[in-house]
Design a protein around this ligand. Structure first.
Ligand code: HEM
Length: 288
């Protein structure tokens, strides 16, 4: 569900639907947004004035953003049920699970609140980066819960564990760098009215070069992880998966760099980067 919500967020951006619902939590003052301009409330201009992209009603942008919000809300419901359930089942036997589940609930609440702030301030930059990091945190907690419940025997490999922690840190830095590039792309694309994609990359500053070059560190980290775990059979599927996702993420980045930022590559790059850091995290959980 978290990955689906991350993907939906990427699709919102790919289609420039971010401000498709100018208000929050309602959309044009309604719980179910209009499907045509005739259904707009009489004071609809008040809403459109706050938008930076559409200055007329765009049904696609509105509904893409609305579906994104519904998925977010559904995730919230899942997490709420998760909390109630774990409270009932584990409050006596395993309070750690209950606390983790509560933390998940709080994190998703914070994310919803931040989502509102992003809308209120017209997708203000720093908040978008924090939004991304909290999304990764929300995806990480269920992994911890799963490992705790499985009570699987951890593999004794201290060096590998520190190596995987280092790769997580490298990836988080790379993700923050990536969101900086993305924020620049947002400004550049807006200034070009979302046209002339062939100019977007050439207008990026050094942050893009840093982000691109930083990938080498990711590659080196992933290869080191594979090298150090090559004698442990049970870790092979996990480490090969990590290597494949590193490759796919970089290919999606290169496609954006060399083929004028095709829209589809944007959410894909984001989704792959998220899967990547979480798969390394999941790998680290198996080690002692
Ligand atoms: C494993 C290595 C990489 C990781 C983990 C990574 C991660 C990310 C992340 C998380 C974003 C922000 C996406 C968003 O907020 O929508 C991003 C943006 C971006 N990255 Fe990477 N990236 C990697 C490698 C590369 C490479 C090699 C290139 C190009 C040569 C590249 C080009 C870009 C571009 C152009 C953006 C802006 C995308 C947009 O506007 O949607 N990335 N990256």
């Amino acid at each position: 569900m978290v990955f689906l919500v991350i993907l939906a967020g990427g699709v919102v951006r790919m289609t420039q639907s971010g401000m498709g619902c100018p208000d929050w939590p309602t959309c044009f003052g309604r719980w179910i947004p209009p499907t045509s301009a005739e259904q707009l409330p009489p004071d609809f201009e008040k809403y459109l004035k706050t938008q930076d992209i559409d200055h007329t009603f765009n049904v696609y942008h509105t509904w893409i953003e609305y579906i994104n919000r519904l998925l977010g809300a559904l995730l919230g419901v899942f997490i709420f049920i998760h909390f109630i359930w774990s409270f009932k089942k584990f409050r006596k036997s395993n309070q750690q699970i209950v606390l983790l589940s509560l933390f998940l609930l709080l994190a998703v609440g914070f994310q919803g609140w931040l989502g509102k702030k992003v809308v209120d301030h017209n997708l203000a930059v720093v908040k978008v980066t924090i939004h991304m990091l909290v999304a990764l945190l929300i995806a990480a907690v269920p992994l911890i819960i799963i490992y705790k419940l499985q009570a699987a025997k951890k593999i004794e490999a201290k060096f590998l564990k520190y190596l995987s922690y280092s790769l997580i840190v490298i990836l988080l830095v790379q993700i923050v760098l990536g969101t900086q590039v993305r924020e620049q792309i947002d400004e550049i694309s807006k200034s070009l009215k979302y046209q002339q994609r062939e100019l977007w990359i050439s207008r990026l500053d050094d942050m893009f070069i840093i982000h691109r070059s930083f990938s080498w560190l990711v590659v080196i980290g992933a290869i080191a992880l594979w090298f150090k775990s090559r004698t442990i059979n049970s870790l092979q599927p996990g480490v090969l998966f990590i290597l494949a996702v590193v490759l796919a993420t970089i290919i999606a980045g290169l496609v954006m760099a060399f083929y004028s930022v095709p829209a589809i590559a944007q959410p894909l790059h984001l989704l792959l980067a998220s899967i990547l850091v979480l798969s390394v995290f999941s790998f680290s959980l198996r080690l002692k």
